[in-house]
Design a protein around this ligand. Structure first.
Ligand code: MIC
Ligand code: SF4
Length: 644
């Protein structure tokens, strides 16, 4: 039996476990990336591991999320990360240099390598034929220190592409089409390989858009072959030496095959408040729009913005619309400027924002109350824009530009002939925005700078034989990490200050939660299916742990969040019978008992002391995960057990 692309990379990086779907495997990690909103915690963890230098082939620390700097906090974080990167052998991508995934694709990603990043959209690197995975910051710290990264061996899905995209239809529409087919849960436990004849019609930036949004499917990762298109992109980036060809074997076996005819895909929109709530743009033309945002790690490449510039050229943004454009990297911005396309964008009335995440994570540019915002981003979860009652739609750059001109959601096919764009033979290369680390001799003398916003990382406590605690919060299906630990300009500055951050935990669902949890001392949370979907932010585990949450009982969990809960010593339990979810009420007193035996057997007993009912719970753990929970979290475990 032949191998898929992901299986080939896994095979060559396997340090433990067997390649049986669902079984835990350990992978050697070649590259890591961090961003600043999760990076501070990752580097605090790295410091605590007492390893003098990172042991990966390449590690990069990007500053791209918290760049507003309304007070000293963001700048404190940047300065800390810059100093720690310099000392430990990590390259430092300065604020303004671009969004981590875009810059990594341009300058560092390599076919055949493994990459983990403390950001859920790290799979963007799959566009280059690498196995790129989102992870919690603590897992990235372990990988930087030379330890393996553990996942459950994924199932293999294949999307077979035929045909070619019609004018005005682009890669984002393919992402939305697969979301329509699979939903936000449909990719769970799988790596999605994109192949078929149609794949040859997609450039690397288009592949990157698709790989990026595989995260919204809940997929472990997404991956493309490394072929002549990859080679020409790498050559244009002056990196032809990084090219190796990579394809699946003709007899590779997939758990599921999905066919998409590219020529049948039309301009689509994900409607509020979920990326899988997809409808054709043509059906939404009566939706008036107050804001359009173009950018984010999904759609901010040179290809995308050249297309936007060509659509906007000689036209004006509608009176009622505020249009923002944030290029994905300084390379993109300089090239737009060099060829005059930036002038077309500005002349249309667009507002140019920094090369950073910006509005995508609610870092400024929040819509007006009740506003309708049409964005080329990847997430439209309620409140994420920074405006509680905003309605956010996700679209392609083509739909976004047409919408900005028309003032309502617009199918761009109404604009006439679609302008063609070509990628350059050679990108403008200037790596001065990425600072090299100190060499080994100098490193010992580098002082780590910690401002008052850098607080020590709270540590978990080892599990006891039982957890007796009130059910302080009961929530529904598809709870995102944006519900658990919201982001945005007011909250993100506190990512390295957990006591302060705790004041915002779960406030999207219930303003009173932080205070009630604090009063209760210990608590248990109950959730529905796909609990913890979305971001990789470990703060969605760390902060509940700080507030005393000892177990989360859900119908199912998203992969990265379940790993983060374990890393912080919180038990991620599932209902043996999902209908039991309905029998538990917020406020009831619960006891999870038989914990030590349960860690071994995978089954636990739950008693609702308020009603007297009993329930069976499950938690299937690997030996390593059991040890992490017994130790009280990954940091304590790594210190006890050493790096492996
Ligand atoms: C996001 O898109 O939600 C983020 C902000 O990039 C997160 C990381 C974070 O919360 O810092 C992600 O996707 O992992
Ligand atoms: Fe940044 Fe948005 Fe991408 Fe997250 S999804 S990395 S916030 S651009």
């Amino acid at each position: 039996m032949g191998y898929t692309i992901a299986q080939k990379i896994i095979r060559s990086h396997l340090v433990s476990g067997e390649m049986i779907p669902g079984a835990e495997i350990g992978l050697r990690i070649d590259q890591t990336l961090t961003q600043d909103a999760t990076g501070t915690m990752a580097y605090l963890a790295l410091e605590a591991m007492d390893v003098p230098r990172v042991r990966t082939e390449l590690s990069v620390a990007y500053i791209d999320h918290n760049t507003l700097q309304c007070g000293f906090e963001n700048a404190d974080d940047h300065r800390y990360i810059q100093s720690v990167a310099r000392k430990y052998g990590v390259r430092f991508s300065r604020p303004g240099n671009g969004i981590c995934h875009q810059v990594h694709l341009e300058r560092f990603g390599k076919p055949g390598k493994t990459l983990i990043g403390s950001d859920s959209h790290t799979p963007t690197g799959g566009a280059l034929g690498m196995l790129a995975l989102g992870a919690g910051g603590m897992d990235v710290a372990v990988a930087m220190a030379g330890g393996a990264y553990y996942i459950n061996m994924p199932r293999m899905f294949k999307v077979n592409l035929t045909g070619r995209l019609q004018p005005w239809v682009s890669a984002k529409d393919v992402s939305l089409e697969i979301l329509r087919i699979l939903s936000v849960r449909g990719g769970r436990g799988a790596v999605i390989e994109w192949g078929g004849e149609g794949v040859k019609t997609l450039s690397v930036p288009e592949r990157a858009t698709i790989a990026n949004m595989g995260t919204e499917l809940g997929a472990t990762s997404s991956i493309f072959p490394s072929d002549e298109i990859t080679e020409s992109f790498l050559r244009a980036q002056g990196r032809e030496a990084d090219y190796i060809p990579l394809a699946s074997d003709p007899d590779a076996v997939y758990d599921r095959v999905i066919d998409i005819d590219l020529s049948a895909v039309e301009p689509l929109c994900a409607c509020p408040h979920s990326p899988d709530n997809v409808r054709p743009a043509r059906e939404l033309e009566d939706v008036a729009v107050s804001q359009v945002c173009i950018g984010s790690c999904t759609n901010s490449s040179l290809r995308d913005l050249l297309r936007v510039a060509a659509i906007l050229r000689g036209r004006k943004v509608a009176d009622g619309v505020s249009l923002s454009v944030s290029p994905g990297s300084r390379q993109v911005l300089e090239m737009l400027s060099g060829c005059g396309a930036l002038t077309d964008i500005l002349a249309s009335g667009a507002r140019l924002l920094e090369c950073a995440c910006g509005p995508c994570i609610g870092m400024g540019f929040s819509p007006a109350s009740g506003g309708v915002s049409v964005r080329t981003f990847n997430r439209n979860f309620e409140g994420r824009s920074g405006t509680r009652d905003a309605q956010v739609y996700l679209v392609s750059p083509e739909v976004a530009a047409a919408t900005a001109l028309c003032g309502h959601i617009a199918d761009p096919r109404g604009l006439g002939e679609c302008p063609e764009v070509e990628l350059p033979e050679r990108f403008r290369i200037d790596d001065s925005g990425v600072l090299p680390p100190a060499d080994e001799a100098e490193a010992a003398g580098v002082e780590i700078v910690r401002g008052p916003n850098i607080r020590p990382m709270p540590l978990g406590e080892p599990l006891g034989e039982e957890i007796a605690a009130p059910l302080t919060l009961k929530v529904g299906d598809n709870i995102t990490t944006d519900h658990i630990m919201p982001a945005g300009a007011k909250i993100l500055p506190y990512r390295s200050n957990v006591p302060k951050l705790a004041e915002f935990c779960f406030t999207v669902c219930d303003e009173t939660f932080p205070e009630r949890a604090r009063k209760a001392g210990r608590s248990i949370i109950v959730g529905g299916a796909n609990y913890g979907q979305g971001s990789s932010r470990e703060h969605a585990a760390l902060v509940p742990m700080y507030l005393g949450v000892r177990a989360v009982i859900a119908k199912s969990f998203a992969r990265i969040h379940a790993a983060n809960l374990i890393n912080y010593g919180i038990l991620p339990l599932t209902f043996a019978d999902p209908d039991d979810y309905d029998r538990l009420s917020q406020g009831n007193e619960l006891t999870v008992s038989g914990i030590f035996a349960g860690l071994e057997s995978g089954t636990f007993a739950l008693t609702d002391r308020t009603t007297g009912e009993t329930f069976a719970l499950k938690c299937e753990l690997s030996a390593r995960q059991r040890d992490i929970l017994r130790a009280g979290g990954l940091l304590a475990y790594t210190k006890e057990a050493g790096m492996r």
